[in-house]
Design a protein. Structure first.
Length: 78
């Protein structure tokens, strides 16, 4: 379950960042959406087990979200 939630949070974060039309149309709302997606990702990633894979943690902490998504989708361990 945490894998699915983490994937969804990571993908959502990238989608919000990439939504330039939303940003251009309503910068304040886009900023709020960015904050919300970051907060959601923080909450989900804080629920990773203490022995979570260091590589995955590194990707998340360094905001290498595409790499984190690929790591999870490839079936690598949490």
């Amino acid at each position: 379950m945490i894998r699915r939630e983490l994937l969804e949070a990571l993908k959502n974060r990238l989608a919000v960042v990439a939504d330039h039309e939303f940003r251009d149309r309503d910068p304040a709302a886009h900023l709020e959406a960015l904050k919300a997606s970051a907060a959601r990702l923080d909450v989900v990633s804080s629920r990773l087990p203490g022995n979570a894979n260091p590589q995955l943690r590194h990707f998340i902490e360094r905001q290498s979200f595409t790499k984190a998504i690929a790591w999870l989708e490839d079936g690598n361990p949490l």
